[in-house]
Write a protein that binds this ligand. Structure first.
Ligand code: PMP
Length: 441
């Protein structure tokens, strides 16, 4: 009898034995094509020799030393690399161990920034319905994800939620994409009017909505409008790129394609590509300067902040992405994957929409393509789809609640950046077999 407290105690999990490139192998010898990097984590594939060597080197020199006492070369180097990628090289980087911690840190950084500026009433954090920012209590309070929040309601902050930007379901028939983008952004303005800009510290949004909606980019102009509203009302814009960042969308930061610069961006998953648990927050220089000038330091910290081995993995993953020009591959293979998915499933009776950017693609499933009726939550589609795909030798990342927070389902595809054209064909074929005979009503 296992002693592990599993995610789903009644589910039987195969035990992983080996990862090599785009494949995973279980202890029974079954092979799986990695079609989603787990949950959009694997960037450079599994078993990458340069990443393994970098981690081994760091372990041999010094695995970890608390950052209250020392800095370390890998965190210095990774901060340098990230700042060079950020539109302003003066940005500062704070390293944590995952996405929830990065967003939790962003909440506290924004609060301390406004305290430093003498605006103590700024204490509310606005975010969007149909979003996910993490499972710790602050990050879960930001999330617009009723399924994950249900049991914890009384423990969470009741912060304002605004409308998502979700063209497939919310753009009206006679509305242009740009007009819809402006309308969705106006929802933020309404929240500001209702709660008062003087009470709002920050607006949090995923640049491309990941697990909750299934790779939904914003309508054109939406983020420009949102950034202007935030600037006008002295509200920090925090973009959560825990899933969409680090190259997954085809640019290193997904916001580069939106023509905005956030005050804070959060990263995780692809930052160390699964080789180590690593997350980060990047803040524009004035935020750092204000806090240092007023308080001397940021009133925050965890034991593993700036972990040397985790950062060494991050340096190696970012170097592989750069040296092997993997962002070009993300763009080319992403376009190819979308084209192949459209020809394979464009007429599938239960495929309502295929969307995304780069190698970050969502397929929304519907009961009926005309009415866009979402599959009921009662069907438990995500777990069923995961199991069917795994039986066909494919790891993809199905999710539920896409339509309204409860009903609806999608499949998230987020393959490693090292995919080839053959891998794309293999993924589409295995997914096709997994979707065969799918009953949605
Ligand atoms: N933000 C986003 C956009 C995410 O997708 C996730 C994880 N799915 C998180 C935050 C939380 O990250 P973690 O699970 O590493 O805490």
């Amino acid at each position: 009898m296992s002693k592990v407290f599993y995610r789903e105690p009644l589910h039987h999990y195969p035990s992983i034995h080996r990862g090599a490139g785009v494949y995973l192998y279980d202890r029974e010898g079954r092979q799986y094509l990695d079609g989603s990097g787990g949950a959009a984590v694997s960037a450079v594939g599994h078993g990458h020799p340069r990443v393994i060597a970098a981690i081994r080197d760091q372990l041999e020199s010094c695995a970890y030393a608390h950052t209250s006492f020392f800095t370390n070369a890998p965190q210095e180097q990774l901060a340098e690399m990230l700042a060079k990628r950020f539109p302003e090289s003066s940005a500062r980087v704070y390293f944590v161990s995952g996405g929830s911690e990065a967003n939790e840190t962003a909440i506290k950084l924004a609060r301390q920034y406004w305290m430093a500026r003498g605006q103590e009433s700024k204490r509310l954090f606005v975010s969007r319905q149909q979003s996910y920012h993490g499972n710790t209590l602050g990050a879960l309070s930001l999330s617009g994800n009723p399924g994950r929040q249900e049991l914890f309601g009384p423990l969470l902050h009741d912060w304002p939620k605004v409308l998502p930007c979700y063209e497939y379901r919310h753009r009206q028939g006679d509305e242009s994409a740009e007009a819809y983008g402006r309308r969705a952004a106006a929802s933020l303005l309404e929240a500001i009017t209702m709660h008062g800009a003087e009470n709002i510290a920050a607006f949090f949004a995923e640049t491309i909505v990941g697990a909750t909606l299934g790779a939904v980019p914003a309508a054109p102009g939406y983020f420009r409008a949102v950034a202007e509203i935030c600037a006008q009302h002295e509200i920090l814009l925090v973009l959560d790129e825990v899933m969409a960042g680090c190259g997954r969308s085809g640019s290193y930061f997904a916001f580069e394609q939106e023509d905005v610069v956030p005050d804070i961006v959060t990263l995780a998953k692809g930052l160390a590509g699964g080789y180590q648990p690593l997350g980060a927050l990047m803040a524009r220089a004035p935020i750092h300067e204000q806090i240092v000038a007023r308080f001397g330091s940021f009133a925050h910290g965890h034991t593993y902040v700036g972990h040397a081995t985790a950062c060494a993995a991050g340096v190696a993953v970012a170097s592989v992405i750069e040296e092997d020009n993997l962002l070009d591959n993300v763009q080319t293979l992403g376009d190819l994957l979308r084209t192949r998915l459209a020809s394979a499933f464009g007429d599938h009776p239960h495929v309502g929409d295929i969307r995304g950017r780069g190698l970050f693609i969502g397929i929304e499933l519907v009961e009926d393509r005309q009415t866009k009726a979402p599959p009921s939550a009662r069907l438990g589609l995500p777990a069923r789809l995961r199991n069917k795909a795994m039986a066909e030798g494919l790891v993809c990342y199905p999710g539920g609640g896409s339509a309204n927070g409860r009903d609806g389902a999608h499949i998230l595809l987020a393959p490693p950046f090292i995919y080839t054209e053959d891998n794309v064909d293999e993924l589409v074929a295995r997914l096709g077999r997994a979707l065969q005979g799918l009953e949605l009503n």
